[in-house]
Design a binder for this molecule. Structure first.
Ligand code: ADP
Ligand code: MG
Length: 541
């Protein structure tokens, strides 16, 4: 565990690149930083990867195995930022595969270092890496299997693989809950990930987690006189205060005499009665308010048997409306029969020691709620991150229903094939393609290493098995043994792996191309300024 953040990533000699140094040494310093970042996250790769304790400036800690979180929170270095920015996908927010990308990028930089020392130009290296990545994508495709987007078993395996090592075990219930939730909100191949809400509850084991066809509202029932539960519920949803108007009178009437006051009270009471009657006439069983609901009104609604909850959070109101098919209204007067929603049960419930409102059995199949349990805050937070990743992985696989084996199988197979492919190129690019192949093998060797097996031996054995024709063999990340990952249910979306193996060389190339960078703050040493302007800076010397 690493107990400090941010972590300084500097070259062995302590340099982080400088404006006066020559191009080569800047490049080497950047490479060293990139390698260090890769090594840092490498220890978390796979199901047996080590967790990291990240501590922010306020001393708050999170325990995580999530490469994306580590890159974001822990690494405070321009090169680390480049790796984080490029490794985490921006298009669809899929963070799975981030560790692999960063580790690969680090290894590609390490290989590049060796090649640069052999006087191969970074441009040639980048060209070779690009050729290798393109071919690697084709080979990966040959190892891919098309699945049905409705194949629950496969989707569950995808979710479980993406979550392994992150607060759950493969047998746990959570991956299947994730798939249930995604399938619930999916409409012809399109998954609206925002339609899945995640509730976190501490104090009970992970296995208590459930997928709900409803919504949890953060608030308990409004009053002690409010019924605990209504069934077969017609629901009215409001986002403004529900109160009789201030005076019940025209605004320009002066209130001067006791009889005025009495009249105002009378008007208010009449208005409350008309609000209650209107709701009752519409057959409303539950009134859900985003703001306040007047006390007298609440009591009268309770007497008519209606469930009332108020001050419900905005996004819960929106989610509830979607789930129940209700239209959110500002006043009771505007409410008509068309605006009402439906759920089988609306009730107060105790979740992890907090009273909340549970709305279950909702009318539409457009939303889902995952209720995640964990023994401690850390456990449930890590589970939450893993579930978000798994939701995106399952969505990706529905979007492009193609899977590949995990456990380092494709990386090993691609490496073996690329060594052949390299022979088609001239000697310098050939070396770069071979370097890319070597770098890919960091995945199987690290999975073996993190499972407690000698990484070189693990890799050599896997290569031998694959060379004998079993090109789908991989490493069991729990035991380090050689297995058939597909049979073991260790599978990943094709698109996620494709992104890792094509993005990593782009990250490496970006870093190799930086021939200087300006430290975050630097002072210009006047004495060293030549007559024609500052030395160094971008692009110099
Ligand atoms: P990333 O951020 O790249 O997703 P992970 O820590 O999730 O990093 O590790 C992903 C790698 O671990 C993939 O290569 C995946 O195939 C592999 N993996 C996950 N679970 C297992 C397992 N049970 N056995 C072997 N490999 C596994
Ligand atoms: Mg992962």
């Amino acid at each position: 565990m690493v107990g400090r953040t941010p972590q300084d990533i500097t070259a062995d000699d302590g340099t982080v690149g400088s404006s006066g140094s020559d191009q080569r040494s800047v490049q080497m310093a950047n490479i060293a930083a990139g390698k260090a970042v890769g090594e840092l996250v490498r220890t978390t790769l796979g199901p047996r990867g080590l967790d990291k304790l990240l501590v922010d400036d306020d001393g708050m800690g999170i325990v995580t195995n999530n490469g994306a979180s580590i890159l974001r929170e822990m690494v405070d270095h321009p090169i680390g930022d480049i790796i984080a920015d490029l490794s985490v996908s921006h298009e669809d927010g899929v963070r799975d595969g981030t560790t692999t990308t960063a580790v690969l990028a680090g290894r590609l930089l390490g290989e590049a270092e060796t090649l640069i020392e052999r006087d191969i130009h970074p441009t040639t290296i980048a060209r070779g890496y690009r050729a290798a990545a393109e071919r690697a994508g084709e080979i990966l495709d040959e190892h891919a299997t098309v699945i049905e987007p409705s194949d629950t078993e496969r989707l569950t395996s995808l979710a479980a693989t993406s979550m392994s090592g992150k607060g759950t075990m493969k047998e746990d219930v959570v991956p299947s809950l994730v798939v249930e939730a995604v399938q619930r909100v999916r409409t012809d191949g399109d998954v609206d990930r925002d339609a899945i809400r995640i509730e976190k509850i501490t104090g009970a084991p992970v296995d208590n987690s459930v997928m709900m066809d409803g919504v949890i509202l953060d608030q308990e029932r409004a009053d002690s006189v409010t019924p605990y539960r209504v069934e077969d519920a017609t629901i009215a949803v409001f986002d403004k205060d529900i109160e009789p108007r201030e005076s019940g009178l025209e605004l320009d009437v002066d209130v001067t005499t006791p009889s005025d006051v009495a009249r105002i009270q009378e008007n208010q009471r009449a208005e409350i009665v008309s609000i209650v009657d209107h709701l009752d006439d519409l057959g409303v069983d539950a009134v859900i308010g985003g703001e306040n609901i007047a006390e007298e009104l609440r009591e009268r609604l309770a007497k008519r048997g209606m469930y009332v909850v108020r001050r419900v959070h905005d996004d819960e109101i929106a989610h509830l409306a979607k789930a129940t098919g209700a239209n959110v209204k500002g006043t009771v007067r505007e409410l008509s029969a068309d605006d009402l929603g439906y759920a089988e049960i609306v009730e107060e419930t105790d979740l992890g020691g907090e009273l909340q409102t549970r709305v279950q059995g909702c009318a539409t199949e457009t939303t889902a709620t995952l209720v995640l349990y964990g023994s401690t805050r850390d456990v449930v937070d890590e589970l939450h991150r893993a579930v978000k990743d798994a939701i995106s992985v399952v969505s990706c696989a529905i979007d492009e229903p193609k899977i590949i084996p995990g456990g380092g199988a494709p990386e090993t197979a691609i490496a073996l094939r690329l060594h052949q492919y390299a022979k088609e190129f001239d000697s310098r690019e050939q070396l770069a393609i071979e370097a890319y192949a070597n770098a890919l093998e960091v995945v199987p060797s690290t999975l073996a290493e993190n499972a407690g097996v000698d990484p070189i031996l693990g890799l050599v054995n896997l290569r031998a098995v694959q060379s004998n024709g079993d090109t789908l063999a991989g490493i069991d990340g729990e035991t380090g043994e050689i297995i058939d990952p597909v049979e073991a249910g260790i599978i990943e979306p094709f698109s996620v792996k494709l992104r890792s193996i094509t993005t990593a060389p782009q990250v490496a190339e970006t870093i190799l191309r930086i021939d200087d960078f300006l430290p975050m703050s630097f002072e210009i040493d006047e004495d060293k300024l030549p007559a024609n302007g500052p030395a160094g800076g971008m692009g110099a010397p």
